[in-house]
Ligand binder design. Structure first.
Ligand code: ADP
Ligand code: MG
Length: 718
């Protein structure tokens, strides 16, 4: 039976039902998924030493000859040991294996093996405990770098290695390179099959980096094509014409004058929605602007225009608290203009939900709800519109790139307006939002206070806690943010001798959730036992998170300790101090976002970045935060220093992650990616000009890749 790239993994010997279920947890179902299951690190087994030359505790390889007959002993019930000695020119090591009785027959006296493991020396005796081993023969070189794969429960290291290995052996010759050769040659990229083979079985560090470069290019290239393809699919459709775009009633009700930047954005929106008066194409526009630049009022203007032209509008926010906030801000204003609004969120009672459903689809104009503001609840099946003409989504990166369309499907050809959460560099915006027209708000409303920013180290701890007390005593509220990842991706252990696929700096180790939990506990019991303190983290249920956020917003909580899950966009004007622990672990843009949580009211506000990091780049980065307040300048710096990964990433995890908001990149996202990303984007655009729908036969492979990417990302969302 032939095994092909599309074969289910169960076609491989050794993978049955149970294992295939375990593999499914890693997103692996067919043979080609195995090929794309890239190592997270490598063991540098090519680092061979003589026993006498290795340090106590060093992890490396030794080439040793078995010196004694292995002895099998049962120590206690169910526990066996195999022991023997082996030597090289410099000395002898005692080697032990646990619960692997069969190895007794592997290690025959006089045979030579390459052992890899941690050398422990007690006195003058060397010990190796359960080392990895490979038979060694002069003149038959063993691999330098041995992959370590991301794992999951139910799979052993051996099984994953073997399965990938089999997949390679069976199908490497079947891999066709979908990348047109002129593009490949233009950037001196290796062919795909070489890249795939090298990332699993690298000949050397050099060939590995050649492979990674090619695969990173592919990720950006496919992503860019995907964005362009969905753009092409959308912009062609017609949408309702909104001729009546006079906003004077609307602006008269605003408590402030629109800034020039806001006016420009609203003009863009008006022009899109009006079309040429008889004919309009669907608006697909994103409003990009710094925190607090006033994006919401632009959305409100669009909503007003839609309703004024006899259409309904929907505004979707990623969380209930944000949806409520929008509802509370917008509905009074819209009501004054005679517009009926409803709030529809997950916790809305069933009876009320039904009423809202009805009022949205009421053909009798009398009772029709014009504007509905809500969360994912808007996507529920019961929600049907009579005449949906505009869909606004806030903080869209939470919804995923290829999901933008979901709500607009509810109105056959509704205009689409997206409000971004973060300022991002223009180059990146063109790529990430390649399917949207971009409007930028580049100035803040007048009179904004600057959040005074300090960078301090541990020696300031006591003063800092006193400052917290002072803020609370004066009636302010405090955020304390700590970095933390959920405990699911094992970090590379530097002391283990492993070589990360991406070396050091980019894979900073981030303390697990537990550290943050303990810290919060310590603060509440030892430091601020008399204050009201709550803890917010990613493992909490959404409803619980909402509760805590609401309590904080209502002033019931003095100090909110949180991992980075605190909601982007949440407005608590009374909060006056933001403390960020281990600040060196955050991207600048993320720090900027966090800082934007304070200084939203009249209270003089502060941001304190706590870091003991002494490294020069880290200091420089934090120093930049102290002196730069403009989100765009910060974003540009961030892109240069950390690469685009953080911009694609969801904000609630922090640090290095491979699961990106909307897009699952495996390798892309690092600081030295920017050039390759732009090259990939430029080439994708060229290709798209010659074959917009990828229908040429030579682009069939590409099209499949793009489709797969878009499908995967639709499935992995939410
Ligand atoms: P963001 O762009 O972060 O979503 P918002 O739309 O929430 O910002 O606006 C932040 C605050 O600025 C709100 O309180 C809003 O009322 C206020 N605001 C918006 N536009 C102006 C303006 N032109 N002049 C003064 N205040 C404004
Ligand atoms: Mg906002």
């Amino acid at each position: 039976m032939g095994i092909s790239l599309d074969s289910p993994i169960t076609a491989l010997r050794g993978i049955g039902k149970e294992r295939s279920r375990a593999f499914a947890k890693l997103g692996i179902s067919c043979v080609s998924d195995l090929l794309y299951h890239f190592p997270r690190a490598y063991e540098h087994r090519g680092n061979v030493k003589l026993l006498a030359n290795a340090e106590n505790g060093e992890v490396c390889s030794f080439i040793l000859t078995v010196a004694t007959e292995p002895v099998l002993r049962t120590v206690r019930r169910g526990m066996t040991l195999v022991k023997f000695r082996a030597f090289d020119d410099s000395g002898t090591a005692h080697i032990t294996f646990f619960n692997q009785p069969f190895v007794r027959d592997v290690f025959k006296m006089g045979k030579v093996f390459r052992f890899y493991g941690k050398l422990v020396r007690e006195g003058r005796t060397n010990y190796l405990s359960a080392p990895a081993y490979e038979p060694y023969k002069e003149g038959e070189p063993l691999p330098d770098l041995v992959p370590i794969y991301p794992m999951t429960e139910g799979l052993s290291r051996k099984i994953v290695e073997l399965s990938v290995s089999k997949a390679l052996d069976y199908t490497i010759s079947q891999i066709e390179d979908p990348l047109p050769s002129h593009i490949r040659e233009g950037h001196q990229l290796c062919v795909l099959s070489y890249a795939i083979r090298q990332i699993h079985r690298p000949d050397s560090f050099e060939t590995l980096s050649v492979a990674v470069r090619r695969l990173v290019f592919d990720e950006y290239f496919t992503f860019s094509l995907g964005i362009m393809l969905s753009a092409a699919g959308r912009t062609r459709s017609r949408a309702p014409v909104c001729i009546n775009t006079d906003l004077s009633d609307f602006t008269a009700l605003l408590p402030f004058d629109l800034t020039g930047a806001q006016k420009k954005v609203i003009d863009d929106i008006r022009r899109d929605m009006a079309g040429n008066g008889q004919y309009a194409l669907r608006m697909s526009r994103i409003v990009v602007g710094d925190v607090g630049s006033g994006k919401t009022v632009c959305a409100a203007a669009a909503i007003y225009i839609a309703v004024k032209n006899g259409l309904q509008a929907a505004l979707m926010a990623p969380t209930e608290i944000l949806a409520r906030q929008h509802y509370n801000d917008l509905s009074p204003l819209l009501r004054k203009l005679g517009i009926r609004c409803a709030l529809l969120v997950g916790s809305t009672k069933a009876v009320e939900k039904r009423q809202i459903y009805q009022s949205l689809n009421d053909t009798d104009r009398e009772d029709l709800t014009d504007v509905v503001i809500g969360t994912h609840a808007l996507l529920e099946e019961g929600v049907k519109f009579h005449n949906l003409g505009l869909v606004v989504t806030d903080e869209q990166h939470r919804f995923g790139v290829f999901q933008r369309a979901a709500l607009s499907e509810k109105g056959e050809d509704a205009h689409v307006l997206v409000m971004s959460a973060t300022p991002i560099p223009r180059t990146l915006a063109l790529i990430m939002y390649g399917d949207l027209d971009i409007s930028t708000i580049d100035t803040l409303p007048p009179g904004r206070q600057r959040v005074e920013t300090f960078v301090v180290n541990e020696s300031y701890r006591e003063r800092l806690f006193r400052f917290v007390r002072k803020q609370v005593a004066e009636g302010g509220q405090v955020y304390i943010v700590c970095p933390s990842i959920e405990e699911n991706e094992p970090e590379v252990d530097e002391t283990s001798g492993e070589v990360a696929l991406f070396p050091a700096e980019s894979r900073e180790s981030i303390p697990p959730l537990k550290a943050a939990v303990d810290y919060a506990k310590m603060l509440s019991t030892e430091v601020f036992p008399d204050l009201s303190l709550s803890f917010l983290h990613g493992k909490m249920k959404p409803a619980e998170k909402e509760r805590v956020m609401c309590d904080f917003a209502e002033g019931k909580i003095d100090i909110l300790v949180s991992t980075t899950v605190i909601e982007v966009g949440v407005n608590v004007p009374n909060a006056s101090l933001m403390i960020i622990e281990n600040a060196e672990r955050f991207g600048l843009s993320q720090l900027h976002q966090l800082r934007g949580r304070v200084g939203r009211g009249t209270r003089k506000s502060y941001c304190v970045l706590v870091s003991d990091e002494k490294g020069e780049t880290a200091r420089q980065r934090l120093e930049a935060m102290r002196t730069i307040y403009d989100g765009y300048t910060i974003a540009e710096k961030d892109l240069a220093l950390r690469g685009p990964g953080d911009f694609f990433a969801m904000t609630d995890r922090g640090g290095r992650i491979r699961q990106h908001g909307g897009v699952k990149f495996r390798l892309a996202g690092r600081s030295d990616d920017t050039d390759i990303m732009q090259a990939a984007f430029a080439d994708a655009r060229m290709l798209q000009k010659t074959d917009p729908d990828l229908i040429l036969p030579e682009h069939a492979g590409l099209k499949k890749k793009v489709r797969d990417l878009m499908n995967i990302n639709e499935l992995t969302m939410n």
